[in-house]
Design a protein around this ligand. Structure first.
Ligand code: GTP
Ligand code: SPV
Ligand code: MN
Length: 579
């Protein structure tokens, strides 16, 4: 129940359409969470894990056909098709509503409709935005409770502001043929049917905080991005914040909570966010960022003591695991966990063996509150956000792209972002390992025409007197035998160090046509076991390769026709001439 008429009317309308047995308004309390958990244990939707080794931890096994985002049935429904752009699937709003309402009709019979008021961002921040998700999935409620500020305080803000994003979700019958994720950015609403998977079902995350928010941000003069936010504190106690955009499963969670190598005594890493970043120009001419989320929905495989010890440390209590394996004594298990244990059951609950590997689905995930992260910082709660010194773009590229490249200007930085490409991963259904264009790591998440989006990025820079420096990194370069050239993970600190020294003007740079590169020896490789010649390969410019790359980027940018900003094409021409 609410005193906000518009909200009550919408809940009543949805109740009439979907016909649930009961409606439950969620308050986000402990008691509510415990009762829901008990109900899910009873229904089998959730399984309790080993309470001695993992108190409060649970496992959810999803439908085997519902394990990732589904980009081919994700739509942006704007009145004008052009506004959605080639980067999105489009459907006319009327048609989309009709199709979705037909699916939702009576779909909650025998089920409970949960009303989830949530706030994306600190509850008292002017940068935060609220929404209400209506769902028939208790698993969604449990996840939203960790991922957002959910319940009474959010509802109070919604009632005060009167404006909120409306998200309607049902798992339906999990039939992939009857699965759609529809966005109506002009109405601030979302309709999602037929999937219980994170990005499709936790509507505060990709649907609201990226697709709807990016559209809203363009109108209101800010940015909603697929970026981590990390603070780097030097031994003098000064902290600088970096925002970094890598595509799905390309290292954001890992970079956001890395542990510096031994050669960095006195340095500290502070985690503000690992997936989404909302940034606004401040009165001081800098960009200020908040993490709209309150938890992590992180990739489990590969999370081990050598790669991401901070993540491992937060996963031993009060976490929800989705589609991981379990050991004989019911501990969660995944490839790369490095605990010396053996899986007994795979993610489908089948006895584990060579024929039923891998134990964990490649897109298996953990959900956990950000406050459990050892490198969590209270700065994540600051209403004004944190000032951003550097923006870093990066992708999964076996060849060409160097370890790190610095843009010569904001405009060049926007080109580096718009020219991004990366190998596809298990985060979305479809082929894995195919290089595709993924500007700013937003290909699946930009809620409007990419051409307009790049122009918006250029405009934001024009309004900043102290814009962040912009960089491009690549942790995933391989040698001819397919081995990674760079050790990655905690060692990425060495690159962040160079990035910050460049921001402060404390070190030089080797200028090249495609961007600034580290001077030989300027990236500290003390204690690293690099292959001979690795550093040369990682910092070289392959002129022929870059010619081909730039001509591909040119052709790609031009597919957006009249919406491609002239400023971006001019910048590209400048770089090509320089080569
Ligand atoms: P989403 O949650 O899908 O947006 O992903 P993310 O960008 O947060 O990716 P995440 O940090 O979870 O990493 C995805 C995979 O890449 C994991 O299996 C990691 O182990 C691996 N990975 C992360 N950082 C590095 C790195 O520096 N080098 C290498 N080789 N692999 C990495
Ligand atoms: C991603 O795919 O980029 C994720 C996971 O962060 S999901 O929230 O499911 O989109
Ligand atoms: Mn993501």
């Amino acid at each position: 129940m609410t005193r906000l008429e518009a909200l009550q009317e919408w809940v009543d309308d949805v109740t009439r359409l979907t016909r649930p047995d009961r409606v439950q308004w969620c308050d986000g309390s402990e008691g509510e969470a415990r009762a829901l958990q008990q109900a899910m244990f009873a229904s089998g939707e959730l399984i309790a894990l080993n309470a001695d080794t993992h108190p409060g931890c649970t496992l959810h096994r999803s439908d085997p056909g519902d394990v990732a985002r589904v980009e081919h049935v994700t739509y942006i429904c704007t009145a004008d098709r052009e506004d959605a752009g080639l980067n999105n699937h489009w459907m006319a709003p009327d048609e989309a509503h009709a199709r979705m309402d037909a699916l939702f009709e009576g779909c909650m019979e025998g089920r409970t409709l949960y009303v989830i008021p949530y706030c994306m961002g600190p509850i008292d921040s002017p940068l935060s935005r609220c929404g209400v998700e209506l769902t028939d999935s208790a698993y969604v409620v449990a996840n939203m409770r960790l991922m957002t500020r959910m319940g009474g305080a959010a509802l109070a803000r919604i009632e005060r502001e009167g404006r909120f994003v409306r998200g309607l979700h049902s798992i339906g019958d999990l039939d992939p043929e009857r699965r759609y994720i529809m966005h109506f950015p002009e109405e601030l609403s979302i309709k999602s049917f037929g999937s219980g998977y994170g990005g499709n079902a936790l509507l505060g995350k990709k649907c609201h905080a990226l697709r709807i928010a990016s559209h809203q941000a363009r109108d209101e003069g800010w940015l909603a991005e697929h970026m981590l936010i990390v603070g780097v504190e030097n031994p003098q106690g000064e902290t600088h914040y970096i925002a970094a955009a890598f595509p799905s499963q390309c290292g954001k969670t890992n970079l956001a909570m890395l542990i510096p190598p031994e050669s960095y005594p006195g340095w500290k890493i502070w985690t503000v966010g690992d997936d989404i970043c909302w940034m606004r120009p401040g009165e001081d001419g800098r960009l200020w960022a908040i993490n709209p989320e309150a938890g992590f929905f992180g990739v489990a495989p590969g999370t081990g003591p050598d790669t991401n010890p901070n993540a491992l440390a937060m996963l031993d209590r009060d976490a929800i695991f989705t589609n991981v394996g379990v050991t004989a004594d019911n501990q969660p298990w995944w490839e790369g966990k490095g605990d010396g244990l053996e899986p007994a059951l795979n993610w489908k609950g089948e006895p584990y063996g060579p024929d039923t590997a891998p134990a964990a689905h490649p897109n298996s995930r953990f959900t956990v509150s950000i406050s459990r992260c050892p490198s969590y910082t209270e700065a994540a709660e600051a209403p004004q956000g944190v000032p951003i010194s550097a923006i870093v773009f990066g992708g999964r590229r076996a060849g060409l792209m160097p370890l790190v490249l610095q843009a010569g200007s904001w405009r060049h930085g926007v080109l580096l972002g718009a020219g991004m490409a990366s190998e596809t991963t298990a985060a979305a259904t479809g082929k894995v390992g195919v290089v595709r264009r993924d500007p700013m790591a937003m290909k699946p998440f930009c809620g409007y025409n990419y051409g307009d989006y790049w122009q918006h990025w250029l405009n934001i820079g024009d309004g900043l007197s102290s814009p962040p420096e912009v960089f491009h990194v690549n942790w995933f370069r391989k040698d001819d035998e397919g081995r990674f050239l760079w050790p990655g993970f905690g060692e990425n600190m060495r690159v962040l160090d160079w990035v910050l020294r460049r921001c402060l003007g404390d070190t030089g740079v080797v200028e090249s046509a495609v961007g600034g590169l580290p001077e030989p020896g300027d990236i500290d490789v003390d204690g690293l076991d690099l292959a001979p010649g690795a550093m040369d390969a990682l910092t070289a410019v392959d002129v022929e390769g870059w010619r081909r790359e730039l001509s591909e980027i040119d052709a790609y940018l031009r597919t957006y026709g009249e919406r491609t900003p002239q400023g971006l094409l001019d910048e590209l021409a400048r770089v090509r001439d320089g080569l």
